[in-house]
Design a protein around this ligand. Structure first.
Ligand code: URA
Length: 212
């Protein structure tokens, strides 16, 4: 797995405000979107493009267009939804699929409760959105799901990662032999006994959407 920690002062600044326990939900949502757009810029560096010609008011010009099939963005429900707008703002013609995974708070194991994805993902560039790579269980389950559908080009975008999650997802991807890029804003110290990233930013889903 290829890990990219995006080193940019605006990324660091937005992440600091997200971490702040006094940041309210509307600000948290807006900053998450802005941060994801910055991470997405890095994450889409290898998005496939095809030569495309246009006419400017002055004459012909050669540029590029996104290659078909279009990239597929897959937010993991629920917290990944908070990252969707930031991603599609950068790549508005991407298609969007959904995977719903829930983490058992005792065992920390993830299981699927919903999915809406194309049946065949072979040859499709997939961008998985999940804000917190904690134990790695949720992201690993989502990646396994995509690989079962034939995905062989996967990029994951997370706001934060813990070393334990990085280790887990690296081990899985080595087993699956699927190349994967992981783009994050920062790698934090560790997980605490409840599976939260330390110092992290708390429960991303709750901070985006409230406790339900
Ligand atoms: N999920 C979160 O929302 N926060 C964490 O710190 C870990 C998992």
């Amino acid at each position: 797995m290829d890990l990219r920690v995006v080193d940019h002062p605006l990324v660091a600044h937005k992440l600091t405000v997200l971490r702040d326990e006094h940041t309210d939900s509307p600000t948290f949502r807006r900053l998450t979107e802005e941060l994801v757009t910055l991470l997405a810029y890095e994450a889409t560096r290898e998005v496939r493009v095809t030569e495309h010609s246009v006419r400017t008011p002055v004459g012909p010009a050669t540029g590029v267009a996104l290659t078909r099939p279009r990239p597929l963005v897959v937010p993991i429900l629920r917290a990944g939804l908070g990252m969707l707008e930031g991603m599609t703002r950068l790549m508005p013609t991407a298609e969007v699929g959904f995977v719903g995974l829930v983490r058992d708070e005792q065992t920390l194991q993830a299981s699927t409760y919903a999915e809406r994805l194309p049946d065949d993902l072979s040859g499709r560039q997939c961008y998985v959105l999940d804000p917190m790579l904690a134990t790695g269980g949720t992201l690993a389950a989502a990646v396994q799901f995509l690989v079962k559908r034939g995905a062989n080009h996967i990029t994951c975008i997370c706001l934060l990662a813990a070393p334990e999650g990085l280790e887990a997802i690296t081990a899985l991807l080595d087993d699956l032999h699927v190349p994967c890029l992981l783009v994050v804003a920062a790698v934090d110290e560790r997980l605490n006994e409840f599976g939260y990233i330390v110092p992290g930013l708390g429960d991303a889903g709750d901070r985006l959407y409230g406790v339900v």
